[in-house]
Write a protein that binds this ligand. Structure first.
Ligand SMILES: [Zn+2]
Length: 287
C-alpha cells in the first residue's frame, strides 16, 4: 500500500468480483496476459471492454483495450452463439418466392424477429402466447454478452429460439434444414451478424453436433461422391506421429486407410468417434 494521498475517498466495491485495473503503459506485461485481451473481434472469452462495466465509471482503462468477462463460462458463450446464429439466419430467410419460413403452429408466415433502431426485437413465446418482447444487440459479439449477462432472460430467449428452430425442423425435415442453413451462411454471415463466414460456420457445426443433426450435417458437407477437403482436417494430421504420418485422434490413435481420402472417409463414417479410445466422444469439430 502506498502513502499517496487520494483526492477522492476509496470504498470497497459492492461487486465481490471486482477486477482491479492497474494503470498501464503501452507494452506493459498486463497487455500480454492470456485471457484478458481479445485475441480478435470474435473472441468472446476475453474480459469485456471496461467502458461497458458499471464498476469503472470514474477511471476507465484505454478504449482500445478489449476486455473479457471471465465470469461467463465458455460453454454458456458457445451455446448462445450456436442457437443465436441459427435463429438469426433461419428466422429472416426467404425462399425463392420471397416468402419467409412458416414458423407458427397456426400457419402464419412471418420473420422470427424484427430489426429496428439497430436492435433485434424478438417475441418471447410461452405456450404459444407472446409474453414479452426482448431487445438484443445486432452484432453477434454484443448479442452474446447481452444475452449471457442475465440468466433468466437468457433462458427465455433460448427457449423461444430453440422452439422456433425445432418446430421448423419438424416441418421441413433435418436435411432441408441444413440446406437452408448453408444457403443463409453463403449470403448473410457478415450482413446479419457482423462476423466472418468461418465463424458463422463454426457456430452452425456446434449447433448441429449439439442437437442431434451431425449425420445430416456430415452428409451435406461431405457427400460420398465428392472428395473430402483435406485442409479442413489438417489439425488432425501429424507429420511425425509415432506410427508415421497420418490422421490421429487427440489420444494418438491412427486412422488407417490406403490413402488420405480413404482415411478421411473412415473418420467421417465413424462420425468422428475414435473406436480405439472407446469413449464415444467425438474428436471433431475441435476447439
Ligand atoms: Zn483414440
Amino acid at each position: 500500500m502506498s502513502n499517496v494521498q487520494l483526492r477522492k475517498p476509496v470504498f470497497d466495491s459492492r461487486d465481490p468480483y471486482r477486477i482491479m485495473a492497474l494503470q498501464m503503459q503501452h507494452g506493459s506485461s498486463l497487455a500480454h496476459l492470456k485471457g484478458i485481451l481479445k485475441g480478435n473481434d470474435s473472441d468472446m472469452q476475453a474480459l469485456e471492454d471496461s467502458l461497458s462495466c458499471n464498476d469503472f465509471t470514474n477511471w476507465n482503462t484505454r478504449n482500445d483495450v478489449k476486455w473479457k468477462n471471465c465470469l461467463i463460462s465458455k460453454d454458456v458463450i458457445d451455446k448462445i452463439k450456436q442457437y443465436w446464429v441459427v435463429f438469426r439466419f433461419i428466422g429472416n430467410y426467404r425462399d425463392a418466392n420471397g416468402n419467409y419460413l412458416i414458423c407458427d403452429k397456426d400457419g402464419k408466415i412471418s420473420p422470427w424477429y424484427k430489426i429496428s433502431q439497430g436492435k433485434v426485437f424478438l417475441d418471447i413465446v410461452s405456450d404459444n402466447v407472446v409474453v414479452k418482447t426482448e431487445k438484443v444487440e445486432l452484432s453477434l459479439d454484443d448479442a452474446i454478452m447481452d444475452i449471457a449477462l442475465n440468466p433468466s432472460r437468457q433462458r427465455a430467449i433460448e427457449m423461444t429460439c430453440q422452439n422456433r428452430i425445432k418446430t421448423y425442423i419438424q416441418q421441413v425435415g433435418k436435411s432441408q434444414f441444413i440446406e437452408v442453413l448453408f444457403k443463409c451462411l453463403e449470403f448473410y454471415a457478415s450482413y446479419y451478424l457482423n462476423i466472418t463466414k468461418g465463424k458463422a460456420e463454426d457456430a452452425i457445426i456446434g449447433y448441429c453436433f449439439a442437437n442431434g443433426l451431425e449425420s445430416e450435417y456430415i452428409n451435406f458437407k461431405f457427400p460420398v461422391d465428392k472428395p473430402v477437403d483435406t485442409e479442413q482436417f489438417s489439425q488432425l494430421y501429424q507429420l511425425d506421429g509415432a506410427q508415421g504420418e497420418g490422421y490421429y485422434c487427440p489420444n494418438g490413435h491412427k486412422f488407417e486407410g490406403s490413402d488420405i481420402q480413404s482415411r478421411l472417409r473412415g473418420m467421417i463414417q465413424n462420425r468422428f468417434v475414435c473406436p480405439a479410445c472407446g469413449t464415444g466422444k467425438r474428436y471433431w469439430p475441435v476447439g
